[in-house]
Ligand binder design. Sequence first.
Ligand code: TXA
Ligand code: MG
Length: 315
Amino acid sequence: MKNFYSNIYSFNLRILKKTVKYLSQGNLVAIPTETVYGLAGNAYSKKAVKNIFKVKKRPKKNPLIIHYHNISDAEKDVIFNKNFFLLYKKFCPGPLTFILKKSKNSKITPFATSSLKTVAIRFPKNRIIRSVLKLIKFPLAMPSANLSSGLSPVNALDVFEEFKKKINIIIDGGNTKIGIESTVVDLTGKPKILRPGIITKSKLNRFFKIDLSNNKFKIKSPGMLKKHYSPGIPVILNKKPKYSNHAYIVFGKKFQNYKNYFNLSKKADLKEAAANLYKTMRKIKKIGYKKIYVTKIPNKGLGLAINDRLKRASN
Ligand code: TXA
Ligand code: MG
């Protein structure tokens, strides 16, 4: 593919082989997952992981998620427990990240985990990332493929917009199915949700009681910086704009089709809204609106994850 986006490739056997070779040499590749696109590098390689932080301009104290093909690939790096097995069986591969204790002889470079004693691990479901993970001999450290504190990318062009040609391979897997990042659950003690997502609290509560002490989603995760997921223009919540050069993100059928109104889901479907969230904010910014106002989104189920991202975007 020779055009302006000469580093964006459709997925085929040739690019799969090239990706495997590239990653094995310590280079970075942008790869789709079912949640958002990731910027992947060998989690055992100091060089690759340091480069991820550099390219993303990510603070060193914000650790990365390590991605595996299956449970046996991860057993040397982390210490499993009963709660992990319960959730793995039900939700993996899928959009769920586990915080577990790092094992003593883990090969994950301490740069990936910001020298913590714990590791975040995930088994993604998307077929492209899975076919890469299946062929390589190491796990992938893979944050969302965006500059730190910005919006996560949900298609290949979003990734290009973030890094231009600094990444040699961006694999095009179309729009991601889920559109927001995985749920992060801390299983090192009483189970806690550190980042809400499509696997909701009520789904997890069927297995064990989620600990809600020190209030809702109040985070000990170093990466849960207050300002995050920002489109780069002010975001104002639960308010209607006064001017037409301000965009209004709405939800449900009661809203008109005005030019500056952007409906996340006319049929008031939270899954559809999550899938449209980052895409819509990027679009609004690109059109040139100066501010984003957002209507109230129901704060239950997946709505909790959407509101979590909106709140951080508005900080
Ligand atoms: O859906 C996703 O999870 C995507 C795709 C690419 O897999 N990845 C992603 O990675 O969202 P990232 O780096 O953007 O977010 C990882 C989050 C951060 O908030 C980080 O602080 C947290 O996981 N995290 C990583 N290791 C941790 C640890 N040991 N303890 C607590 N939180 C941790
Ligand atoms: Mg991120």
